[in-house]
Design a protein around this ligand. Structure first.
Ligand SMILES: NC(=O)c1ccc[n+]([C@@H]2O[C@H](COP(=O)([O-])OP(=O)(O)OC[C@H]3O[C@@H](n4cnc5c(N)ncnc54)[C@H](OP(=O)(O)O)[C@@H]3O)[C@@H](O)[C@H]2O)c1
Length: 221
């Protein structure tokens, strides 16, 4: 089984890559540079998910190579602490949507032939509890809107890809101690990755379109 993970050079993506490298072949993508600690079963490719040329280059390199599980993990959270009166600049909206929304769509679109070649395949989109419109505590408008859009993408892709035997799940990875989550977050990257791997194992055409937490609870939309 080959797994491809975007944004695998650090944080949750790196912990997931380490887990899957123990099981078989993993393709990790990095934007600038791969990390030093690389098991033999982990190969690295450059990918900036927001750049169509970078997506096309990866697509060309992986032509014909089956991918059984695609994990769209790369993401940014730029507007932490912005204030409503004069914050949330336009360039933050542009960058955030380019990585968190367009980046997810382009990754799925470009790697769809690789998923189809695999026969049956899965796509996991790492969204967030901040995607929820039911749970709306305010603030972080850009990140929340981008993750809500990623959730919506996943739900609609689930409908369109079911006929191709590709299941799509959308996940909240927990509040995780990473550069993004910060030091006071609730769980480690290992805990998040262990939980997520279990969720991806459980994903099927019967549960496609699910929005779940890392520890297996259905999430409010
Ligand atoms: N940590 C949390 O508490 C938490 C909670 C809910 C959801 N999430 C989601 O979980 C995912 C992983 O988060 P994390 O906490 O591991 O964050 P992180 O430590 O900040 O790592 C983010 C990863 O995404 C990559 N990335 C960002 N933009 C990219 C782009 N345009 N192209 C390619 N790679 C890009 C980064 O690459 P560089 O090293 O090049 O920047 C890095 O590898 C994200 O989607 C995040 O929104 C995290």
């Amino acid at each position: 089984m080959t797994v491809l993970i975007t944004g695998a050079n650090r944080g949750i993506g790196h912990a997931l890559a380490t887990r899957y490298a123990q099981r078989g072949l993993v393709i990790g993508t990095y934007r600038t540079a791969p990390p030093d600690d690389t098991p033999e079963t982990l190969s690295w490719h450059q990918l900036d998910v927001a750049q169509p040329q970078s997506q096309a280059a990866l697509c060309h390199k992986l032509d014909g190579h089956p991918i059984e599980l695609l994990i769209c993990n790369a993401g940014i959270y730029l507007d932490k602490g912005e204030n409503l009166a004069d914050g949330y600049p336009v360039d933050q909206w542009e960058q955030s949507f380019a990585s968190n929304v367009t980046g997810v769509f382009l990754t799925v679109q470009n790697l769809l032939p690789n998923l189809q070649v695999a026969g049956t395949a899965k796509i996991a989109i790492i969204s967030s509890q901040m995607a929820s419109s039911t749970r709306a505590p305010g603030g972080s408008y850009i990140y929340r809107a981008s993750k809500a859009a990623a959730l919506n993408l996943g739900r609609n892709l689930a409908t369109d890809l079911k006929g191709l035997d590709i299941a799509v799940g959308i996940y909240h990875p927990g509040w995780v101690r990473t550069d993004m989550g910060g030091d006071s977050a609730a769980i480690s990257t290992d805990e998040a990755a262990d939980g997520l791997v279990n969720r991806f194992d459980a994903l099927s055409l019967g549960t496609t379109g699910c929005f779940e937490t890392w520890d297996g609870r259905p999430h409010d939309y």
